[in-house]
Design a protein around this ligand. Structure first.
Ligand code: NDP
Ligand code: MG
Length: 381
């Protein structure tokens, strides 16, 4: 029986993870839930699954949750409450499905405690990949990818030596604007971005998918997870989101992982690895009606996010952290309708241009680079 902590239990990934846990009561228990402010849903999750620990990073929401659940659940509060929850709750694994750089410290804390990580929160690896991977190696902790592309590569790589692999081919849906003419990009609205063709996700990653910064973040995530140089990671647009990613061997042969777009598959596999179990209600690919699979190269003029991410990744040190912090600020400003769609690219580019890379990637250095990037981005809005 695996005891799982879900950080970000009320979000898109978090609720699907609760569904996976509920479908396999013989395999998992929900040890703790954590979210920012949605205490009503957290209360329902605690009542339904008997989680004994919880955290709301928003203080008033934590107080409401305490009143709702009473003695049966210990409720921590604030960002430091996430660390206390990890300390107090005896668990086997942490799913990091909270959004943004807020995931860095709880992820590192869970690694220090020796807990395996099911990692959805890609921003943590983008901002602090070097530190997180080094800590995980030092503590013998497994980082199991939940992001569907990385879950796919992880499955393709299983049991193979890195020297056989020529490159990683990360697939992208291309998002809702892939076929839109470049001239229309400055006037793209929030509503046009929220209609993602293949996935139903939280607000931040939905905008990241529309700008393709999501794919840029995933390139950096793949670099750290699979220890692969950037010039051997390629992005391939596969609009149907059936091929979740591929690896190409040195002899040119390609191995792909396919499946219907359903995040419960990679979530569950991260929970049960190396075993496989049925996913409740999941649909298999219907080959009779699937039709064709298309492939395109991404357009760097429409999506400068991709060259910026490669640039940040290759610069190394604190630069990916700065790209991530600036992007977070710009995305939320776009969601509040304060800046245009293409301004997101400008803000990230300018913040990166103004940054002097620091080679120190300690937690303090990452914290201060992230804070600097946010201030710099905010000053540009
Ligand atoms: P959502 O916005 O749907 O959910 C975010 C969750 O994190 C909510 O539970 C939210 O709580 C909580 N949260 C937000 N801010 C904080 C904070 N500062 N401290 C603690 N908890 C916080 O996001 P998604 O589920 O879509 O994405 C989560 C992560 O998974 C992201 O890093 C994303 O990139 C990654 N991911 C998501 C995929 C998807 O299909 N959705 C696919 C692959 C990766 P509350 O509800 O109270 O606000
Ligand atoms: Mg993904």
């Amino acid at each position: 029986m695996k005891k799982i902590i879900i950080l970000g239990s009320t979000g898109s990934i978090g609720t699907q993870a609760v569904d996976v846990i509920e479908a396999h009561p013989q395999l998992f228990t929900l040890a703790a839930v954590a979210a920012h402010s949605n205490w009503e849903l957290a209360a329902r999750q605690i009542q339904a699954h008997g989680a004994a620990f919880a955290c709301m990073t928003d203080e008033p929401a934590a107080e409401k949750l305490r009143q709702e659940v009473g003695e049966r659940c210990t409720v921590f509060s604030g960002p430091e409450g996430l660390l206390k929850l990890i300390d107090e709750c005896e668990a086997d694994m942490v799913l990091t499905s909270l959004v943004g750089a807020a995931g860095i410290e709880p992820t590192l804390h869970a690694i220090e405690k020796g807990l395996d990580i099911a990692l959805a929160n890609k921003e943590t690896l983008v901002a602090a990949g070097e530190l997180v991977m080094a800590e995980a190696a030092r503590r013998g902790v497994r980082i199991l990818p939940v992001d569907s592309e990385h879950g796919a590569i992880f499955q393709c790589l299983e049991g193979r030596s890195g020297s056989e692999v020529d490159k990683l081919l990360i697939t992208a849906s291309g998002g809702p604007h892939f076929h839109r003419p470049l001239e229309e990009f400055p006037s793209i609205t929030v509503e046009q971005c929220l209609k993602h063709p293949t996935w139903n996700m939280g607000g931040k990653i939905t905008i990241d998918s529309a700008t393709m910064f999501n794919k840029g973040l995933e390139v950096i995530e793949a670099h750290w997870l699979f220890d692969m140089p950037y010039d051997r990671i390629e992005v391939v647009v596969q609009p149907q989101s059936i091929i979740h990613s591929m690896i190409q061997f040195t002899d040119g042969s390609v191995l792909a992982q396919l499946g219907m777009p359903d995040m419960r598959l990679p979530i569950q596999y991260a929970f049960t690895y190396p075993q496989r179990y049925p996913v409740r209600g999941a649909k298999a690919i219907d080959w009779k009606t699937l039709g064709s699979l298309e492939f395109f190269a991404p357009d760097p003029e429409k999506f400068p996010s991709l060259p910026l991410a490669y640039e940040a990744g290759k610069a190394g040190g604190t630069m990916p952290c700065v790209l991530n912090g600036a992007n977070e600020v710009a995305v939320y400003a776009f969601l509040r309708r304060e800046i245009s769609f293409t301004r997101i690219f400008d803000v990230v580019r300018t913040v990166m241009e103004r940054h002097t890379v620091c080679r120190d990637v300690s937690l303090d250095a990452i914290r201060s680079a992230d804070a600097w990037a946010r201030r710099c981005a905010a000053s540009l809005l």
